[in-house]
Design a protein around this ligand. Structure first.
Ligand code: ADP
Length: 489
């Protein structure tokens, strides 16, 4: 009998991709389209919702056309927090998608902070009051697009993050739904009670009729009739949560860290909600059969983007993988540290005004030291996150699982293990995010019984173990702490 296949749609910030997986997690086919970023003003980041939808549709149809058997089910994962509002009768967006990176609502957030809302928000949503999340972006559209508030109040408009927009279009407007992980990033969803929160909606004067129905991560999301072969949509989750699932981090205390443009680490903390003491986020890891599992999340805005900057901005090397040989061409960092806070410091510092720094330069500094400092920075940034996670959760961990572009850099992986003094595991399926969406779909359609099936399919490709002495680690980490102090002052 032919093996079953699963289609995953990964609607990301830089591209939309459709990936065909075997039920064992092998990538059988992939189609991808880059997505344009629109920056009308400094700090504003938008995308065209119609491009998002067109690219998803095209890539999925390309893969379906090439596939020799029809996939069993469809799962969706997406860039989170990005905000789209459209007309329910015409399906026309009323404004561009406001992307998660957009900072235009910083003043609104400051006003809410001055009005004393921050604690309430954290207590209900697990998030920090920040423009990053959807709520203030929705308010901005209602306040700034002509007639939007009036139409919203009449129930004519719909809000969704990209999975919701894509599902609406895939189902020909039949389903206006989201999932628990994406809802948990809006700053309007109460993750203790698992419902849209009336008090938060009132705080921003957002009509409830705008909001999608929130489903579990495995659920009936409708039938994707818009595809050339209609598929059942059986699973959906935001990208970082999907990666946690793809990395099979189903037990309390398991951590995955994804190194793409930015770095996002999530720790499974089980079924008890708790607020971080270290300015991490608490978020929904997944919700199955009505049972929610929580995660602590730490986000670092610049990870692989620092390598891109050395490549494109400073033109130190021709391709990102070359950074590895360059870093290894010198025996150590030569005292050079890079704090890549190009767009502010994320967790656990949250200093939006901070900017990047390279320190410890001498006449002997070569470009190889800069490459090395940029790669080493990934390890120190992760150390700061993991330290905060272990402190918050009271869980001591000895292993982390990593994925994303930078996890292909063995120097980075090895140094990460040295600095964390913990094992670092790289999985065979490097497409952890899309695989997570496929896992959810597999459960929804009955190809997998539950997460146990995903657990047994998770395989390690590489293991890195620390070989650094305590004194060497302490000395290196001291240098990083001093660099962070300089950035913060
Ligand atoms: P995203 O999904 O955020 O676009 P990816 O997971 O595709 O990101 O990772 C791309 C990032 O990883 C880029 O910023 C790139 O510079 C970096 N990268 C990819 N491969 C390597 C490598 N071998 N060494 C160092 N950096 C790498």
């Amino acid at each position: 009998m032919a093996h079953k296949t699963l289609l995953a749609i990964d609607q990301g910030t830089t591209s939309s991709r459709s990936i065909l997986f075997s039920e064992f997690g092998e990538v059988l086919d992939i189609a991808q389209k880059e997505l344009e970023i629109i920056t009308p003003h400094s700090g504003w980041v938008e995308q065209d919702p119609k491009h998002i939808w067109d690219d998803v549709l095209q890539t999925a149809n390309v893969v379906l056309k090439r596939a020799n058997i029809k996939p069993t089910a469809l799962g969706i994962t997406n860039q989170r927090e990005t905000t789209i509002i459209w007309d329910r009768s015409t399906g026309e967006p009323v404004y561009n998608a406001i992307v998660w990176q957009d900072r235009r609502t910083a003043d609104l957030c400051n006003r809410l902070r001055a009005e004393g809302y921050e604690e309430l928000i954290t207590d209900k949503t697990g998030l920090l009051l920040d423009p990053y999340f959807s709520a203030t972006k929705i308010a901005w559209i209602l306040d700034n697009v002509n007639g939007a508030r009036e139409r919203a109040e009449k129930g004519e408009l719909a809000f969704g993050t990209p999975e919701s927009w894509v599902i609406w279009n895939l189902t020909g407007g039949k389903k206006h739904v989201s999932d628990a992980t994406n809802a948990s990033r809006t700053m309007l969803y109460n993750i203790r009670e698992q419902c849209w929160d009336n008090e938060l909606l009132e705080m921003l004067d957002i009509p409830k009729s705008l909001l999608p129905e929130v489903l579990d991560n495995v659920a009936d999301f409708g039938v994707a009739d818009a595809l050339t072969q209609p598929l059942k949509i059986c699973g959906a989750a935001g990208d970082q949560q999907a990666a946690l699932i793809g990395q099979a981090c189903f037990d309390k205390g398991m951590i995955k860290s994804t190194y793409g443009t930015g770095c996002f680490a999530l720790m499974n903390i089980g079924s008890e909600f708790s607020v971080s003491k270290n300015r991490l986020l608490t978020t929904c890891a997944y919700c199955l059969n009505g049972n929610i599992t929580y995660a602590l999340e730490g986000s670092v805005f610049i990870a692989g983007a620092a390598i891109q900057w050395l490549r494109d901005g400073l033109q130190l090397f021709g391709s990102a993988p070359e950074s590895e040989a360059l870093a290894l061409s010198v025996k150590d960092n030569g005292g050079v540290y890079m704090v890549p806070a190009f767009t502010g410091l994320g967790a656990p510092y949250w200093e939006p005004e901070a900017r990047g720094l390279i320190c410890g330069l001498g006449r002997e500094t070569e470009k190889a030291h800069l490459a090395r400092a940029a790669l080493e920075a990934q390890a120190y940034q992760t150390l700061d996150l993991i330290g905060a996670m272990c402190d918050d959760s009271g869980i001591a961990i000895d292993t982390i699982r990593i994925d994303g572009g930078l996890s292909r850099n063995d120097f980075m992986c090895s140094f990460l293990s040295d600095i964390l003094n913990r094992d670092v595991e790289v999985p065979k399926v490097n497409e952890a995010t899309a695989w997570g969406a496929a896992v959810l779909a597999a459960i929804g359609i009955g190809v997998f019984e539950d997460f146990e099936d995903a657990k047994t399919r998770w395989q390690r490709q590489k293991l890195f173990q620390s070989s650094m002495t305590v004194s060497e680690r302490d000395k290196l980490c001291q240098g990083w702490k001093e660099a962070i102090l300089k950035v913060r002052s």
